[in-house]
Design a protein around this ligand. Structure first.
Ligand code: PMP
Length: 393
């Protein structure tokens, strides 16, 4: 029976990691894997998290089960950062811990489906797992254009989709630091989006996976907050795996905004039931570490400092690339300065991407996505020269 299964193609990024590891060239550059890196190419544990983990080791007296909602202290501690001063919006928001942002996206889609959602509009390109999750849960994906060739967001395409949506539709948007393009909606565009959602009644699903890695903690969720202030209902998927550096610990949260406080318990009870059937309970450790950071003023200050350092480093990389715009005509590197987060997509052909890898030891996804955190002052000139070489600039 199991031999009926057809082999699935291996994850392309994992294959890229192997190729990069096997490359003996000392000046090779890895722009493939989607994790933050320091100037030295490391992805260290945050100092705030190390200290919180130490506290946990010293004080945790049980590892007995929690419930499907996980660590509610963790879920509550994040709320003001995401939702602002009125962090429950008058008792209309509740959340639960999930295995990573991936678990939160899955729960959002599954809960939407349980409530009658049959199609989800998704800006393309997107994080590849979005479409995979939608397919696996059994909801139709309808693509629309996320970005224009000039490196800005295709707001008209989105407003058109929201305006024409029919009952049973939801729209999935990246809250900030769009993966893979780095192209976010401006605050003025978010205002239009919020109004369009309010008028159409279509359900927003907002995926916030890189909070604090774009312009700042408040700035990065300003758009999400505009939408939430305008709509009766929304679902929010949140990841702590990038902004607390917890990747493999799988730390995420899923929040539900209800029409009114009375409607919330029935919604959360459905999310709990779905979580139970999927993973029963989320892994505890990373969420407990985040809660420990956020309940300690000194550790919170340290986390904010570490996050700002990452954000500012990526901003400097973007500015260096943008400054080389004229050295590599045709790639619109200038636009990278106005984009956010870990990623950007360069309009390179398959042959150019292969030449960067084979002739220059520069590794990037086949889509042309680069992880800007793989670049620093030392290797950027080599990267620019290689781009000029393969594009004939
Ligand atoms: N959403 C987006 C847009 C992402 O890029 C990612 C991670 N790459 C996730 C969700 C999921 O993150 P996590 O590792 O926390 O599952």
């Amino acid at each position: 029976m199991l031999d009926q299964l057809e082999a699935q193609s291996p994850d392309a990024l994992l294959a890229l990691i192997k190729m990069h590891a096997a490359d003996p060239r000392e000046d090779k550059i890895d722009l493939g894997v989607g994790v933050y890196r320091t100037n030295d190419g490391a992805t260290p544990v945050f100092r705030a998290i190390k200290a919180a983990e130490q506290k946990l080791v010293d004080t945790q007296d049980s590892k007995s089960y929690l419930g499907p909602e996980g660590d509610t202290g963790f879920v509550d501690a994040l709320k003001p950062y995401i939702f602002g001063k009125d962090a429950t919006m008058g008792g209309r928001i509740e959340g639960m811990q999930t295995p990573g942002g991936t678990g939160a996206v899955r729960l959002a889609v599954a809960l939407g489906k349980a409530a009658g959602i049959t199609r989800i509009h998704l800006g393309t390109p997107s994080w590849p797992n979005h479409a995979q999750i939608l397919e696996d849960v059994g909801v139709e994906t309808v693509g629309f254009s996320h970005a224009k060739a000039d490196g800005t967001a295709d707001i008209d395409a989105l407003l058109d989709v929201i305006g024409k949506a029919r009952p049973g539709d939801a729209v999935l948007l990246h809250g900030c630091c769009h993966n893979p393009t780095g192209i976010d909606y401006t605050d003025a565009q978010w205002a239009q989006i919020a109004q369009a959602f309010a008028e159409s009644g279509v359900l927003p699903i907002l995926d916030v996976a890189y909070h604090g890695l774009g312009q700042g903690l408040e700035e990065d969720v300003a758009g999400v907050r505009q939408v939430l202030a305008a709509v009766p209902e929304a679902l929010i998927a949140y990841s702590c795996d990038k902004n607390f550096g917890l990747y493999r610990d799988r730390v995420g949260a899923f929040y539900m905004l209800a029409r009114n406080a009375d409607a919330l318990p029935a919604i959360t009870s459905n999310a709990n039931a779905l979580a139970r059937a999927n993973w029963s309970m989320p892994p505890d450790h990373g969420g407990a570490a985040v809660r420990t950071v956020l309940r300690d003023d000194a550790l919170t200050a340290l986390w904010l400092e570490e996050l700002a350092e990452m954000r500012e480093r990526m901003r400097r990389v973007r500015e260096r690339l943008a400054a080389a715009d004229e050295d590599v005509p045709g790639l619109n590197l200038a636009a990278l300065a106005n984009q956010n987060g870990l990623f950007a997509v360069l309009p390179l052909s398959k042959a150019q991407i292969a030449s960067l890898r084979e002739d220059h030891g520069i590794y990037m996804a086949g889509s042309g996505r680069i992880n800007v955190a793989g670049l620093h002052e030392g290797n950027t000139p080599k990267f620019i020269a290689a781009l000029a070489d393969v594009t004939g600039g």
